[in-house]
Design a binder for this molecule. Structure first.
Ligand code: 0WD
Ligand code: CA
Length: 375
């Protein structure tokens, strides 16, 4: 029977963790190629670092509840797809073309969060995920299959969950300032203001970088919280990037174990993928009082834990990327969407299917980009 070349129904079988260690796959150190900021109204500007803050030690015993819920400005649930990332890639390539240099044509282009979900799958068998994929112009674009309902619920559903997510954002506000610490004046107003100003989740800074894993090249974009350094060198921000998180102070040894097993794995993967060297965690009480801040070096995290192995994550990621590429590299169609699904009810299988009928808006690549590349 003649198979429609583009019709795909394939299964990737998830092996035992040890299987992936053996692959010994290398992730090339990420190199930033561009960056962008979203302002208070979620307007994006490429090559703009206004959303990038500087870490500055917050006051001990700060109350992370302060301002909740009245001063919590949550970005509108909107499907943003890969828009800002592609805008960056498009601008970088346009500039390269102007000087007759070869453009970036990665095997994969997506948000860092997507790659992180893929790579931790062997350790999070209960977390289901679903991606939309387009293979176009020799690049595989992947996005999360989001819905507006799910986006609206992304701060949590119960009041308690929303408050927990507020704690994380509030910590980002009270632990950062907008100018280099060396420029702070005595009793600088900013140090007072940062404690009382609204928490606005529209504001974000994102880095865009190139890297590769095994034989797969990629361009990724991801949020970076702040810079952590006293002596900043203007041309090398990336070296000073830091990721901020909050966590509950440990009262029992199982809480520490669970933190190492789950949270440190996710934060390591997130920071490692972006080449972010520092992770800063604000430890808070049950009631949301900031007790202390602890700094981790990303490279040291894997040796601090024994509940997971980074080589399992990288080997697994390599296998699943190869699976996607093998099946989709011959497709070259911006209007065809493929689905990659992991369902925790079937914890040994990842399914690749498609194309699905392209309903309105389903093609998640911007039209200007498709037009330009198709010329
Ligand atoms: O497929 C898509 N449409 C996705 C888009 C999936 C994931 C993220 N995004 C977008 C957003 O536009 C955002 O600007 O990517 C950007 C950030 O991406 P990322 O860095 O790859 O996301 P991730 O690594 O999962 O999370 C980093 C931070 C989170 O902070 P913590 O401290 O919890 O790691 O990005 C934020 C969140 O604050 N974040 C988002 N912001 C806007 N939209 C989103 C989202 N969907 N998901 C996480
Ligand atoms: Ca963060």
């Amino acid at each position: 029977m003649k198979r429609n070349l583009n019709s795909i129904k394939e299964t990737f079988t998830i092996n035992q963790q040890q299987h992936y260690v053996k692959k010994n796959i290398n992730y090339q150190f990420p190199l930033e190629i561009s960056h962008f900021s979203y302002d208070e109204n979620r307007v994006v500007s490429v090559n703009d670092r206004s959303g990038l803050k500087y870490f500055y030690e917050p006051e001990k015993n700060s109350d992370l509840n302060s301002g909740f819920p009245d001063l919590f400005i949550k970005r509108e649930p909107k499907l943003e797809h890969l828009d800002s990332l592609i805008k960056c890639l498009f601008e970088v390539n346009t500039n390269l073309k102007k000087v007759n240099k070869s453009v970036y044509a990665p095997n994969f282009c997506t948000w860092r969060g997507i790659i992180r979900s893929l790579m931790v799958t062997p350790y999070f068998p209960k977390d289901s995920w679903e991606l939309n994929i387009i293979s176009f112009d020799n690049t595989i674009f992947m996005e999360e299959n989001e819905t507006l309902e799910r986006k609206a619920a992304s701060y949590g559903e119960t009041e308690k969950e929303v408050k927990m997510s507020y704690y994380g954002y509030k910590f980002e506000n009270i632990a950062t300032i907008s100018k280099p610490p060396s420029d702070l004046k005595k009793n600088d107003q900013e140090l007072t203001d940062r404690n009382s100003e609204a928490v606005n989740t529209n504001v974000q800074y994102c880095s865009v970088w190139k890297s590769s894993l095994g034989t797969n090249s990629m361009i990724l974009g991801g949020e970076v919280d702040c810079l952590y350094s006293e002596n900043l060198v203007e041309h090398n921000h990336q070296k000073h990037y830091a990721e901020l998180k909050t966590n509950k102070v440990f009262q029992h040894s199982w809480q520490r174990k669970s933190f190492e097993r789950y949270k440190l794995l996710k934060v390591w993967a997130q920071s490692y993928l972006a080449g972010v060297p520092t992770v800063i965690i604000g430890f808070r009480s049950d009631e949301g009082i900031l007790k202390f801040v602890k700094t981790y070096k990303t490279v040291e995290i894997p040796s601090m834990v024994n509940s997971w192995n980074p080589h399992v994550c990288l080997g697994f990621l390599d296998s699943i990327l190869n699976f996607i590429k093998t099946n989709l590299e011959d497709v070259n169609d911006a209007t065809q969407i493929y689905k990659l699904k992991y369902d925790s009810l079937q914890p040994h299988a990842i399914k690749l299917e498609g194309p699905i009928a392209a309903e309105n808006n389903l093609c998640f690549l911007p039209q200007y980009f498709v037009n330009e590349v198709s010329q």
